[in-house]
Design a protein around this ligand. Sequence first.
Ligand code: PLP
Length: 301
Amino acid sequence: MQTIPLTIASTGAEWLLANGTVFPFTVARLDVLHPVISGNKWFKLKYNLQKAISEHKQGILTMGGAYSNHLCATAFACFEQDLSSIGIIRGEIKEPLNTTLAFCKAHGMQLIPVSRAEYDSNSAAVNQIKQQNDHFSFVPEGGNNSEGLRGCTEILSAIDDAHSYTHILCAMGTGTTFKGIAAAAKPHQTVIGIPVLKIKAAEQQQFLQQHAATTTAAATTVLFEFAGAGYARTTQEQFNFMNLFYTKTGIPTDIVYTGKLMQAAVTLAEQHYFPQDSSVLLIHSGGLQGNNSLPAGTLLF
Ligand SMILES: *Cc1c(COP(=O)(O)O)cnc(C)c1O
């Protein structure tokens, strides 16, 4: 298995703006690394897998929601590496399993539900599961640890000519991917993070402090206004945009992260946010398996 993707394909595309000018951009296609596994999750797992193997652990114990891209990636990566995996699932596990959890189970992941109230990497319930499975290496939700960050610093070097862009945009969940990209960006580049969680105005300063990136880039910026209806919440307007984006570019996006990222990029271009002669790289971090939760026919792809 190709646990460590070496090259990421890019797709050039353009968008006709309301004023008749064209916004050209490039999409780094982490979504095509694997049909199910979310692109950035490979990078976050790389050093976590190495750690589990070098410490002779039986496998990886991690956690996530019932639609988590990270759980799918962990189950699959462990399966391929002959490691065991355990997923602590937020809330109850509904039968029949949804496609995400069915995929995890089919790849050997043991699923343990933990109530929403106790769903925290340091709660008593989770600590007990950790103790009972101390021969497993624990990876926090979303692969958000120092090994995950280290893997994300390698994303840019896997993209052809990544240094040639002036602006690099990515979606932000835990922000590990953003931090990794910022750490590897060049001094002429601006890295822009688009949170997909709604952050209240009063909490934005704290969010920025928590996500302050050690960076070699010219600037890092977080733009809060594109979270739409909030984390994993969708609207018909978003589906319409995702369908339009697919029709115009041939690129499918996911409902949680990359649909919002692409919409943010197009909106920014409409607002003439990017100076003339900018070259814009959008990180398609994958996540398409999450679209399986939608009623058939919602999306064109
Ligand atoms: C997990 C995920 C993200 C968020 O990455 P973070 O490093 O947690 O910010 C973005 N896009 C997709 C498709 C994901 O699965």
